[in-house]
Design a binder for this molecule. Structure first.
Ligand code: HEM
Length: 261
């Protein structure tokens, strides 16, 4: 019997010890998979928030961590700091999960916290990750270029929602492939400094795409976008950004500390 109890304790200990590793592995998988639902929720702190005592704000901020932990088995969350770089928003929360309802439940719980009650939800973008539409028909050398490993540990995030025009959707697949090849040719020089992720939004939001980028070189990003504004495909971008979000990638504790300052 004693051996059995010791065994149970060992199992609990081992499972407990490996749990964070599993969650991290799931995160990597979720960020790679197709059919994953993403929600970008943008919040702005109220005037009253900044007038609260720093101690009260610090304790309210701590609730964010509790909600993130509560949902850790269902979704991944990334919190980014927009404050100072945006006049309309302070934080961006990017959520990924297999069911949009998990994203909603997470946000409902967050909005019900002391912090959430002082933060206005100024924008939400929803999208889904999908299999590549054009790349399979690109020439082999361009496909090889696209395998360039993206940068790691970037400082900045940029989110650009995009709406295409009706003509784009009514253009034959091969003509769109040729325009997307021109788009991709213009981006090759930036593969080493810009990491990207594409979300499809048609029918889930007012947008057609949510484009997400991480980079430490905003000068490269500026040149990349200038180059893309010159390709034919851009003539089909009915809305490009507006809002465009620029923020920084920092540890959650640092962001919560800024909100308590
Ligand atoms: C290093 C930078 C970039 C690279 C390597 C890149 C590459 C690509 C590739 C290969 C595709 C086709 C995906 C497929 O086969 O389905 C694509 C699609 C797309 N890209 Fe980029 N891109 C970059 C930057 C950007 C930027 C800066 C924007 C706009 C802000 C943008 C907007 C889009 C959009 C909206 C699509 C979807 C088009 C559609 O499916 O109709 N890309 N990109």
């Amino acid at each position: 019997m004693r051996h059995f109890i010791v065994l149970i304790f060992c199992v609990i200990f081992v499972v407990g010890a490996v749990a964070p590793v599993k969650a991290e592995a799931d995160r990597e998988q979720l960020l790679k998979e197709t059919g994953v639902y993403a929600t970008f929720a943008v919040f702005q702190a109220s005037e009253q928030w900044w007038q609260m005592e720093p101690q009260a704000r610090a304790s309210a901020s701590a609730d964010v961590k509790k909600i993130i932990e509560k949902y850790a088995d269902r979704l991944t969350t990334d919190v980014h700091l927009l404050r100072g770089l945006s006049e309309r928003a302070d934080i961006l929360i990017r959520i990924h999960s297999k069911e949009m309802i998990h994203n909603q439940n997470f946000l409902l719980d967050l909005m019900a916290t002391n912090l959430g009650k002082h933060f206005k939800n100024v924008d939400v973008f929803n999208g889904i990750t999908k299999a590549l539409n054009y790349v399979p028909n690109f020439p082999g050398d361009l496909k090889d270029e696209l395998k360039t490993p993206p940068p790691q540990g970037s400082k900045y995030v940029v989110v650009v929602p995009i709406r295409k025009d009706a003509e784009w959707w009514n253009t034959a697949q091969d003509s769109r492939t040729s325009m997307m090849k021109e788009h991709t040719d213009a981006t090759v020089a930036y593969l080493k400094t810009v990491k990207r992720k594409l979300y499809h939004s048609s029918g889930l939001d007012d947008w057609d795409f949510i484009t997400y980028f991480e980079t430490s070189k905003l000068d490269d990003f500026n040149n990349l976008v200038t180059g893309l504004l010159q390709v034919k495909e851009n003539q089909h971008n009915r809305v490009f950004g507006d809002p465009l979000l620029l923020g920084t990638i920092r540890p959650l504790d640092e962001i919560l500390e800024v909100l308590a300052r």
